[in-house]
Write a protein that binds this ligand. Structure first.
Ligand SMILES: NC(=O)c1ccc[n+]([C@@H]2O[C@H](COP(=O)([O-])OP(=O)(O)OC[C@H]3O[C@@H](n4cnc5c(N)ncnc54)[C@H](O)[C@@H]3O)[C@@H](O)[C@H]2O)c1
Length: 296
């Protein structure tokens, strides 16, 4: 299979590239290293260094579209840049390889807002940030292309992803931030009382969902565990994995942070046979082991 991974130098994209190469695909990475890292790149992949804000063409059976401006705060400060990468960039990806299926990576957290119950795909998708608006817009482009051009593009709505190569410099990466501070002896901070809850899904499970969507039609699909973990509970689990005894410092809650975000992923289980396999403790253990290996 000829696969293209946009954003293949990033956190999720580089993990996907490794899995595609391991199953024997020929893989091209399209990335401009805006947030991705050269050391994430698998040397067996071909690199097309390109900014997706400009049109491009590639040969592919499937394009996994993970290149994005993925930071909510940046989208608040620079909505025009966010839209250029996440909306115009997505349109350029749709035009990059006629005949290729595109798998688009959207965000459940950015679209569903406050979840009293796990959000299903029927829950209104009402974004509260330019990042979320752009993701909704990207989904609309895929759905529209499917109607107009009879393509079979698929959108996946991820929960909070964590695992090896996540950048602790980005605000969304709370697992990476906690583990990195615990490893370096630094202070960990919880905003608010720590009862806010998220759906944490391990990156290998996310990679499996992307592989499961290729060659299939349907969606959009939620990709999460359906389980909520409070940030205080996550901190306690990180402390256990790190084997240190550390209390977090509390700071005032941040404006715009929802209290509970959790995704119902029964639809993707029913239709594509995907379900998460890695428990939070196991995933944190694997992430911690990877961090230690990097530091050695
Ligand atoms: N990490 C999460 O928890 C999460 C949750 C929901 C959705 N997502 C989505 O999954 C995808 C991957 O996210 P990630 O966490 O790996 O982010 P990331 O920032 O690690 O990866 C994004 C990649 O896109 C590249 N990129 C950015 N702008 C580009 C441009 N103009 N042209 C070419 N390449 C460009 C970056 O260099 C980087 O390699 C994104 O679409 C993101 O919105 C992530």
């Amino acid at each position: 299979m000829r696969t293209v991974v946009t954003g293949g130098a990033g956190f999720i994209g580089s993990n996907l590239v490794d899995a595609l190469l391991a199953r024997g695909d020929s893989v091209t990475v399209v990335d401009n290293f805006a947030s991705g890292k050269r050391e994430n790149l698998n040397p067996a992949a071909t690199l097309l260094e390109h900014d997706i804000r400009e049109p491009f063409s590639v040969e592919a059976d499937v394009i996994f579209h993970l290149a994005a401006q993925a930071d909510v705060q940046t989208s608040m400060q620079r909505p025009e840049y966010d839209a250029a990468v996440n909306v115009v960039g997505t349109v350029n990806v749709l035009g990059a390889a006629p005949g290729a299926q595109v798998i688009f990576t959207s965000s459940g957290g950015a679209g569903y807002g406050e979840c009293t119950e796990p959000a299903t795909e029927q829950t209104p998708f009402l974004p509260l940030s330019p990042y979320g608006i752009a993701k909704k817009c990207g989904e609309e482009y895929l759905a529209g292309w499917n109607r107009i051009h009879r393509t079979q593009h698929v959108s996946l709505r991820f929960a909070n992803v964590y695992g090896p190569r996540q950048d602790s410099g980005l605000e969304g990466g709370v697992v990476a931030i906690f583990l990195e501070r615990l490893a370096s002896g630094g202070e960990t901070v919880i905003f608010g009382d720590g009862t806010q809850a998220r759906d944490f899904v391990y990156v290998d499970d996310i990679v499996d969902s992307l592989l499961a969507a290729a060659g299939r039609a349907g969606g959009p699909y939620n990709v999460g565990t359906g389980r909520d973990t409070t940030v205080a509970g996550l901190h306690a689990a990180c402390v256990r994995v790190a084997g240190v005894n550390r209390e977090p410092r509390h700071e005032p809650a941040r404006l715009g942070d929802v209290q509970r975000s959790v995704l119902d992923a029964h639809l993707i289980e029913r239709e594509l046979g995907w379900r998460p396999r890695v428990s939070l403790d196991d995933g944190l253990g694997r992430t911690w082991a990877w961090m230690k290996e990097q530091a050695a």
